[in-house]
Design a protein around this ligand. Structure first.
Ligand SMILES: *Cc1c(COP(=O)(O)O)cnc(C)c1O
Length: 405
């Protein structure tokens, strides 16, 4: 029985088919390539019951992942993160059936590890020697560390004001790290110019190679499996390049075709920060593509993406599931971060906190109902962003003497 049922790559704009066993970037039109599988045969090869008996990591879905041989799997134990009830926060927000999928518990502290595990494994399997990418921090950190485990070189460029821990993760992994005075697009130009000069390197920017998406789609498989092979009513996702939301939607369609899920779709919500909200802006105009904002700035660094290559795929997923797109301010998301730690003991990343802030807005407008079962993706650990907590804030800074209570 094959380990993977990968059949071909497909252009996300034209549907044209391409060989999956060559190192691949985008389609000739410059659009993302989607990995396709022989799902008819997967259906006969494996059942949800078989999967239940496998180790608790994302490789339990290997038939619908692109790595052909188990020897090429590069893993640090990623996947099967907890799906936790958030009763206190949900109760206050008027959404009692609130769940958080906590990706802060994954290697490298962000869900970028999923894309890196699968992307690096497949790149190494296809003979790539080095990976190169622009990043807002977490993706570079994850790819640099997984590349080190796979014995690949790493070339990472990121804005100089990206979270310092993510630079340190690149540094400690032995990758070449470049700090760029500008945004992720500027880092992208640097990488695009460097890659042709380096033998055996592949550019692995967001959606410019097909396999990061496959790693991230496993969040969709896990949510369905953890709920007993069904989907929730709503999923909120902090959207930058959009790989997670595109991946979750792809996973749901695959599971429907496999007969593992019924016809119900969760309403998918793209959450952004008002300082950089091109997807929300496009949604509000009813558009199918986004226009980059003139200025882009938010403390939720991972979602500072002015122009996503896959914007049309994010918007397709939102429209097709009768979802929505909503933006919150930095102040709102930092408040939500604090509230979540106080009410639930969960110190989450600012990107994940944006979704919790959005939850309140969507409930107030009645877009969310009290009976809705809602899953929020917390995409990373709060401890990667110590600068989001101000020790000098009046309620936090305490000095002696300690008063009695
Ligand atoms: C990258 C990142 C995001 C956004 O992910 P996309 O797949 O680019 O939309 C959200 N949260 C965190 C913590 C990230 O690092």
């Amino acid at each position: 029985m094959p380990f993977s049922f990968l059949s071909h790559l497909e252009c996300s704009r034209t549907g044209a088919r391409f060989d999956a066993d060559a190192v691949s970037g985008t389609s000739p039109e410059g659009a993302p390539l989607l990995a396709r599988y022989d799902l008819e045969r997967v259906r006969g090869a494996v059942t949800p019951g078989d999967i239940a008996a496998r180790p608790p990591d994302l490789w339990r879905y290997h038939e619908v992942l692109p790595v052909r041989s188990p020897e090429h799997v590069v893993t640090l134990g990623e996947g099967m993160t907890p799906l936790l009830p958030m009763r206190n926060y949900g109760g206050r927000a008027g959404v009692p059936r609130l769940l958080m999928k906590d990706e802060g518990l994954i290697p490298t502290g962000s869900f970028k590890a999923r894309g890196a595990a699968v992307g690096v494994s497949r790149a190494a399997e296809l003979g790539v020697r080095g990976i190169a990418m622009p990043t807002n921090g977490n993706a570079g950190a994850a790819w640099a560390l997984y590349a080190a485990r796979a014995g690949l070189a790493g070339l990472i460029a990121m804005p100089a004001d990206a979270p310092p821990i993510t630079m340190k993760e690149c540094q400690v992994s032995g990758a070449d790290l470049y700090r760029v005075d500008g945004l992720i697009g500027d880092a992208g130009k640097l990488v695009a110019a460097a890659v042709p000069e380096r033998n055996g390197y592949q550019e692995v920017s967001t959606l410019k190679e097909p396999y990061r998406l496959e790693g991230k789609k496993t969040m969709g498989y896990e949510i369905a499996e953890q709920l007993g092979w069904r989907v929730p009513d709503v999923i909120l996702y902090p959207t930058g390049g959009g790989v997670g939301i595109i991946g979750i939607y792809k996973a749901i369609l695959e599971m429907q075709e496999l007969g593992w899920l019924g016809p119900k779709l969760p309403r998918l919500v793209a959450v952004q920060a008002t300082g950089c909200a091109p997807i929300v802006d496009a949604f509000e105009r009813g558009a199918r593509e986004s226009v980059p904002p003139a200025d882009a700035r938010t403390v939720a660094f991972g979602i500072t993406v002015p122009k996503a290559l896959g914007d049309f795929l994010v918007l397709d997923a939102v429209y097709a599931t009768e979802g929505t797109a909503v933006a919150v301010t930095d102040e709102e998301l930092l408040d939500a971060q604090r509230e979540l730690a106080r009410l639930e003991g969960a110190f989450i990343c600012p990107e994940g906190a944006a979704c919790f802030a959005a939850l309140g807005k969507l409930r107030e407008s009645n877009w969310l109902g009290e009976e809705d079962e809602v899953v929020v993706l917390n995409t990373g650990a709060g401890i990667k962003y110590p600068e989001t907590v101000d020790l000098d804030a009046p309620l936090l800074a305490r000095t002696e003497p300690i008063p009695s209570d």
